[in-house]
Design a protein around this ligand. Sequence first.
Ligand code: PLP
Length: 367
Amino acid sequence: MEKRIYNFSAGPAVLPLEVLETAQRDLVALPGTGMSVLEMSHRSKGFEQIIEETEANLRQLLQIPANYQVLFLQGGATLQFSMLPLNFLRGTNRPSDYIVTGTWGIKAAKEAQREGEVCLVWDGKSTNYRRVPHQNELKLNSEATYVHFTSNETIEGVEFSETPNTGNVPLVCDMSSDFLARPLPMERYGLIYAGAQKNAGPAGVTVVIIRDDLLARVPDNLHTMLDYRIQAKNKSLYNTPPTFSIYIVMLVTRWLKQTIGGLSNIAALNQQKAQLLYEAIDQSDGFYRGHAQPDSRSMMNVTWRLPTPELEQQFVKEAQGRDLYELKGHRSVGGIRASIYNAMPLAGILALRDFMLEFQASHAEMK
Ligand SMILES: *Cc1c(COP(=O)(O)O)cnc(C)c1O
């Protein structure tokens, strides 16, 4: 096998080796079916088992109550930016509340503006998206049709450590980059969506978890594919779903259950991994400067700067010599970003931490 490097890409991102090996082993003939999952009808018994196990695994891991539906849709999290206001804002004469803590939240709010009133109830722009708000800073509208937030801003590396309280107004979350990273108080959410390619699988499938009372609010006459109610009624099989992507999500959720032992365990591991990098930043005498404020730091995307853009470039380049790849920050913010999703092994974090210490030792005098 070709050697694998440590891949710190923000997405599509690292997957558990075990998952890749199972997919490889079973690619030509899925046990019990005599054909590849790539060749299998989405209406076949074989695929029915795959989509049912994927849903069951998600329900078990996240302890999703029976009054929520689990959907597997296409179009990425980006299509959810539109689908959400189409289903719940259009024609309501009520506002929607958006808590904006970074780039993805801005994009979500922009799409909603096409369908109705959007209140930016908190916007981190003035602090350059370095932190998330405290509950007491949120001036929410009790009349809002929903409140939207982004639990983890993948580009800036800021993450909510607690679920915002929105009273009776349904809470909607773009959880693309920290989905399945920790246990959730599911009953506090009305709708969660997550593109799989960050933390749950490959590109091509977006998981949507939606409470029944929200489904009941969907207006008639929406375009079929954009109607959550139709997708739920057809169990995500109105048209051909991304079968292979769903299969990989099945293997990832199986890995979380069987190898990791559930979301509390992965959360503890994620905490430990992030801590190692943040310690290296905090103990660097200012050579490394974290982007996020300490109380808003992401456990998934660690973002920081070096004294100069030239040193940042050199850092990224030299890191590759240690098999540490994809560390360049997003083009919109610059600096360094290490995406350390569930599947990034501790060994990769230790290798990065050691490299950070060495790089600092050999370049700190240039500060
Ligand atoms: C990557 C990402 C998106 C966009 O996902 P696509 O699948 O490319 O549409 C949206 N929100 C967050 C938080 C993301 O990390």
